[in-house]
Write a new protein. Structure first.
Length: 673
């Protein structure tokens, strides 16, 4: 039986793109490593790359040991002679090794031939791992006498930097082999996931194939341009790269071959002709100088320009639904756990959230609707929702909004006041202006209740970010004019003061406040929104300061904050005319920070709030204070404040956490201490 304690020496076969990276990891982890390839030149080049990479790690401080000391554990072996036969040196290296990791070209015959030779010469109970990305482990294992010792160990490129390793169980792989290989991956500093069944593409490549292929078909059929899709992916979904941008970067041929191999082995997917066209035209992306984008010359990478304002043209659910469906298939067929699937897409593909986290946030009903919509748009292409997705919808397990989806969520606690509704969706809280039949007109009661709610939430440690929005079709159409009937000038001034106090409270609030403008934001409604930190508006929102039409002027900071946001002239134009402007125009004026379709407002606000909620609370508070106070004073006072706050933050535990996590390439967990 294989045992982790017996593994002291590892033989990596193949010194190419993946092999030299894997060798580096094994050597850093303290193993003696043989690196084998077909000739000395290739091995030499691999060793040089390892040395360069180690010296970079050493410079950064993440490698404590000297480069030479790590290199001294690596032993080169030429493994074939001029006739292509395996050498005696290789045979000896095999006899001396306790584990094998193969990273030679993706050809079954080559791999089987190699595994047969290793199997014939190895010690007992030695694990034989393959880094194949598309060949079945079971078929490679069939060339050996001990398929229980053959396992998939799928690293991602470049191995030293990419944290994910998929550990794949072939049909006959033993549990001990899987568990020892898992341990080895951990010892290499990686975060492994277990793929319990030998399915084509394992986890990450299957999910990625669905996602890219859907993007590709939507572009091929002309529903959206590649730029619109990439903008939605980069700015809407916050992926590190757009779909086509990624294809260009990694090489369109890579996806073409991997998808082809997966389809040939039973993965039900209709290859998008656009990839094939690009492949046939040798427009493979960055490496050929042209793919979906153009590059200065072959191999010269310049990040494609993708306009942010196109992000709203494509509903991101449409792009992700088939990937979620694939994830559900993997779960339904017990290929991996949902935690491992989410981990694989985050660590292997760099997605900002797990697949199922996305699904729960969008809503399972929305995923199923999107799959149906794709079927209507693109024809019958395996867009049928899996049984699991259908069952979840019928059981009302729709995700975050119903408290249960792929994951369970704490029930959203709601507290209803006379004029507002507070929803505790930890770590965020929603304050909903709740007088929908009065278009959420701001009354003295509402001002009081908003102030009290803000005070309570500021001290609530479970809440990190606030979102203020309106019920019904308005954010708020303004101050409640009925309350003005017959009031004295003194009472009006007091109303104005009270409202202003509320806006100041928001501006100097200890936590970030996002304003989700769902419809009218007029008069006092706009003034309230201007005191929040970030404003997101739905496309159908209307904004303005119409007070002039009633004979008065904005009284809750409008004459002060509007010019600070849009400048003197534009604010006078708005205040003098009392005209309303659309969300799009307000965005152009920088009065709001983002415009999204109405159906996406809630989710966009939530996504942003969740993203910010993961940041260190004290640093957020300091940043907000430095910006707000700095803007109201001169630059010397502002810089002084910034330096003091900067220094102060170094007394917090969160800075220690942030720096450690950065060095250890982990996600930090900030406590606000
Ligand atoms: P590569 O072409 O860069 O390197 C393969 C190396 O194997 C070459 O140096 C070649 O000379 C050597 N080689 C060929 N036959 C050999 C033999 N019989 N014995 C010893 N060495 C031999 O290929 P790459 O990209 O490193 O891929 C290797 C494996 O890793 C493939 O199975 C591939 O599917 C998989 N993989 C590749 C990833 C990538 O992004 N490049 C990612 C994950 C897996």
């Amino acid at each position: 039986m294989p045992s982790i304690d017996k593994i002291k020496t590892i033989l990596v076969i193949g010194a190419g793109t993946m092999g030299h990276g894997i060798t580096e990891l094994a050597a850093i982890a303290g193993y003696k490593v043989y690196i084998a390839d077909i000739n000395n030149e290739i091995i030499k080049s691999g060793l040089e790359k390892i040395k360069w990479s180690l010296s970079k790690l050493h410079e950064k401080g993440s490698l404590k040991e000297s480069v030479d000391s790590v290199m001294s554990r690596i032993i080169p072996v030429v493994n074939t002679d001029s006739q292509g036969n395996f050498t005696k040196d290789f045979e000896n290296a095999i006899k001396d090794s306790d584990m094998f990791i193969e990273a030679i070209p993706e050809r079954l015959d080559l791999k089987q031939n190699l595994f047969k030779f290793i199997d014939k010469n190895r010690k007992a109970d030695t694990i034989m791992a393959t880094n194949t990305s598309s060949l079945p482990i079971t078929e490679i294992a069939a060339a050996t006498s001990a398929p229980e010792l053959v396992v998939g160990m799928h690293f991602f490129n470049p191995p030293p930097l990419m944290p994910l390793v998929e550990i794949i169980k072939g049909e006959k792989t033993s549990d001990e082999t899987v568990s020892v290989t898992y341990q080895i991956a951990k010892n290499f500093g990686k975060q492994p996931v277990i793929v319990k069944k030998d399915v084509p593409g394992f986890i990450a490549n299957r999910v990625l194939a669905r996602f890219l292929n859907t993007a590709c078909w939507l572009a091929y059929k002309g529903f959206y341009s590649t730029l619109e899709i990439d903008s939605a992916v980069r700015y809407g979904l916050n992926f590190p790269m757009g779909a086509f941008e990624l294809a260009d970067y990694s090489g369109i041929d890579v996806f073409y071959f991997v998808n082809k191999a997966m389809i040939e082995r039973g993965f039900k997917m209709k290859h998008c002709p656009l990839f094939e066209q690009k492949f046939n035209a040798k427009e493979l992306g960055m490496k050929t100088g042209k793919g979906f984008y153009e590059y200065p010359k072959p191999g010269a990478y310049v990040r494609p320009q993708i306009p942010k304002e196109l992000a709203n043209k494509v509903d991101p659910v449409l792009l992700l639904a088939p990937a979620v469906n694939e994830g559900a298939w993997l779960l339904e067929n017990d290929v991996a756990t949902k935690e491992d699937i989410d981990k694989a897409v985050m660590l292997g593909l760099g997605w900002p959230k797990g697949l199922f986290e996305f699904a729960d946030d969008f809503g399972i009903d929305k995923i199923n609707t999107a799959l149906k919509q794709l079927k209507d748009l693109l024809g019958d292409q395996d867009f049928e929702p899996t049984k699991m997705l259908k069952d979840m919808e019928s059981k009302n397990e729709l995700g975050r909004k119903t408290g249960k989806g792929f994951y369970e969520y704490k029930k959203i606690e709601e507290v209803s006041k006379k004029t507002i509704l507070i929803k505790y969706e930890k770590p965020i809280a929603w304050i909903v202006l709740n007088r929908p039949n009065r278009l959420n007109a701001i009354s003295p009661d509402m001002i009081k209740e908003l102030g009290e709610a803000l005070d309570e939430l500021e001290l609530n440690d479970d809440i990190r970010v606030l979102i203020i929005t309106g019920a019904g079709r308005a954010f708020s159409a303004g101050a409640d004019v009925t309350a003005f009937a017959g009031i004295t000038p003194m009472q009006a001034a007091i109303f104005s003061k009270k409202f202003q106090e509320l806006t100041l409270k928001m501006e100097f609030y200890a936590k970030p406040i996002i304003i989700a403008i769902n419809g009218y934001a007029l008069g006092g409604g706009l003034e309230l929104s201007m005191s929040g930190d970030i404003r997101i508006a739905s496309e159908n929102a209307l904004l303005g300061q119409p007070e002039i039409n009633l004979g008065f002027i904005p009284g809750a900071g409008g004459t002060q904050r509007l010019p600070r946001l849009v400048g003197r002239g534009q604010s006078k134009l708005l205040i003098f005319t009392g005209d309303n402007i659309s969300a799009k125009d307000a965005y152009a004026l920088k009065l709001i920070d983002k415009v999204v379709p109405p159906e996406r407002l809630e989710q966009e606000a939530r996504d942003l709030a969740l993203k910010i909620s993961e940041k260190p609370p004290l640093a957020l508070m300091a940043a907000k204070l430095a910006i707000e106070q700095g803007l109201e004073s001169n630059i010397w006072a502002g810089l002084n404040l910034e330096a003091n706050l900067f220094g102060l933050l170094f007394s917090t535990e969160d800075v220690a956490e942030g720096v450690t996590a950065f060095l250890e390439k982990k996600k930090p967990s900030f406590k606000g201490k």
